[in-house]
Design a protein around this ligand. Structure first.
Ligand code: FHN
Length: 598
């Protein structure tokens, strides 16, 4: 499988350099621009796969997180323990994974219901798991000597598992890459990012030609790296393999460059609408092997995270940090097996689904398989309501049937004012997440229930019920938190707006107030409905921090006739600075206005 090796011939390096430099200059990547249909075709398998295994493995596994008196190091141990290069090289001499059996890894991933694997071909320390022609800082310089990626590729192909590579742009070993600030013993004269890029391209060419990876997962882009270099590298790897999928850390972790977003150790509360994204997460508190780390997440909570992520339109890349002997920690194997019990029963509600079409529900999460004639909604019950009533707010379709996905037990489903409700009897609950399958006629039709005035006629539009509107490829505001504590945040784009369906029962003038926070003043916004709006007279004040909210009185809004309307908050582009919103309140003034009873 791997490349026949003439070790590290400068001649080879020069030829490659000449070749690549030439190529880069000409930007030979005609495939950079693709139609959206071609883009969708390229992303399809990834979008359907949903669940993958991340593997952080390298010589940093040898110290197992321990150095001097500290036990909490991980794959960053060279940096966090400030280990000089020559001392760190000692780990290469000890790295000998004789128990490495990649087929066992692949079967463990497959057993968990994972569809692809992404392994660290080279992490920040610069050590390469394959015999690279371009450096001797690789597996061949260890007692093990043999390629680690080739056998993994073979095992993946054998079991229908897709394989991708993590590749760190940041490199704490390569002479042309800037040394760490604390490294006084490494010369800085050789810093030359152009040469380093040639090196990277050479290695990526080796990896692509030798192992045909389906994903390139770049990282370490926050250091000495530019958007332009990212765009060039993206075009380069797509020119080598047009259908390869590349994450957004090829650039500067934005929406502008790369095929998918990469939230880390977190799940965006409303997903990333209009964009492909993948949450990567550790199973305990470290990416790399740390023998002292017992902070393992439970299998149940990992299943819930998988469901949460997929219901928001994302993929889940769950990490394992193998030991230096080449085996997976028992705790990881146990969790993979337990997760597999759930995915083997409920996989239909995960693979090939799309995000929840009805909006947040209090009892769990929803995934969907939409069709023109018939659609399937998968109700992932995490907290069964006391009466077992699983309301899908605003869903207006005709029910075709409902059943437990695993076991097929028939369930009752009925339409009502607020939407469609499926009833889950107590005795059929299947922890950690019970899945009910609801079949409906046609594509999901959702008419969000409008916000109703309270007894005093006050209309309160909370962030939890808000809808975010943002042009494509713009980083949209996010809704974080649940219930009354929810808030709209990360509102960098003035082209985005926030809306709510409201029901005006009594026409008249309403006093508008918004509950906001900001860390800079200067923002103005319009609050309005379909036919009229009012603008903040003064800029939103700096409240000191985003957790400190204040009520800004915007002014009167004349809602002249009853009915269902869309309330919206829209930034004024000029001078916009990010503002968090907790809620918008419309208080009737007409008691006073019509002088009636007040
Ligand atoms: O520094 C790395 C870290 O070691 C790990 O690889 C994670 C995985 O996404 N990424 C970086 C931190 O953002």
């Amino acid at each position: 499988m791997s490349i026949p090796l003439q070790r590290r011939s400068m001649a080879a390096l020069a030829v490659l350099a000449g070749l690549t430099l030439g190529a880069a200059a000409q930007n030979p990547a005609p495939s950079a621009d693709e139609t959206s249909a071609e883009h969708d075709a390229r992303m399809q398998w990834w979008r359907e796969a949903k669940f993958g295994m991340f593997i952080h493995w390298g010589v940093y596994a040898v110290p197992a997180g321990e150095w001097a008196e500290r036990k909490n190091h991980g794959e960053w141990i060279r940096e966090t323990a400030k280990i000089p290069m020559d001392v760190y090289a000692g780990f290469l001499d000890e790295f000998n994974p004789v128990q490495y059996n990649p087929e066992q890894w692949v079967l463990a991933a497959k057993g968990a219901g994972m569809k692809y694997i992404v392994i660290t071909s080279k992490h920040h320390d610069g050590f390469c798991l394959w015999p690279s022609k371009l450096t001797d800082y690789d597996i061949e310089s260890t007692p093990y000597k043999r390629d680690l990626l080739g056998p993994l590729k073979e095992a993946c192909d054998k079991h229908g598992m897709k394989l991708g590579f993590y590749y760190s742009i940041m490199d704490w070993h390569h002479p042309n890459y800037p040394p760490r600030g604390w490294e006084k013993d490494r010369p800085r004269e050789q810093i030359d990012m152009e040469k380093y890029v040639v090196y990277m391209k050479g290695q990526l060419k080796e990896l692509i030609e030798s192992y045909d990876p389906v994903v390139l997962w770049f990282d370490g882009e926050w250091d000495a790296w530019t958007k332009q270099q990212g765009a060039d590298l993206y075009a380069y790897v797509r020119s080598l393999k047009p259908d390869i999928i590349v994450n957004n850390r090829v650039g500067k972790r934005t929406r502008e460059l790369g095929d998918f977003g990469t939230p880390e150790q977190s799940i965006p509360s409303r997903g990333m609408p209009g964009w492909d994204w993948e949450t990567c997460m550790t199973m305990n508190n470290h990416w790399g092997w740390n023998k002292a780390d017992k902070g393992w997440k439970s299998a149940d909570s990992l299943v819930e995270r998988l469901v949460d992520i997929v219901s928001k339109g994302g993929n889940f890349l769950l990490n394992v940090g193998p030991k230096p002997d080449g085996t997976f920690p028992d705790e990881a194997l146990e969790r993979l097996a337990d997760i597999g019990t759930w995915t083997s029963r409920n996989g239909e509600a995960i693979y090939g689904t799309t995000a929840n079409p009805v909006g947040p529900v209090s009892w769990g999460r929803v995934t969907a398989k939409k069709g023109a004639e018939e659609s399937r909604l998968y109700l992932h019950v995490m907290k069964r309501p006391a009466d077992g009533a699983l309301l899908l707010p605003g869903l207006r379709n005709t029910v075709k049937g409902a059943r437990l996905l695993h076991g097929g037990h028939k369930l009752e489903a009925r339409s009502g004012d607020m939407g469609l409700t499926v009833t889950l009897p107590e005795d059929v609950v299947q922890p950690p997440v019970t899945v009910a399958e609801l079949s409906i006629e046609g594509a999901p039709k959702v008419v969000k229930p409008a916000i109703q005035p309270d007894d005093d006629g006050v209309l309160t539009a909370p962030a939890a019920l808000a809808e975010i509107r943002a042009p494509d490829r713009v980083s949209p505001p996010q809704i974080s938190g649940e219930g009354d504590n929810a808030y709209v945040s990360h509102w960098h784009a003035p082209s985005a707006s926030v809306t709510w369906p409201i029901e005006v029962k009594q026409p008249g003038v309403y006093e508008v107030a918004v509950v906001v926070s900001a860390e800079q003043e200067g923002a103005y916004m319009d609050v309005g409905v379909d036919y009229t709006s009012v603008q903040t007279q003064t800029s939103v004040p700096d409240t000191g921090d985003y957790n400190t909210y204040t009520t800004v009185h915007v002014g009167p809004l004349n809602l002249s006739y009853p009915g269902r309307l869309t309330l919206s908050v829209t930034p004024r582009a000029e001078g916009w600075t990010p503002v968090n919103i907790r809620r918008v309140i419309l208080t009737p003034t007409f008691g006073a206005m019509d002088g009636g009873d007040s």
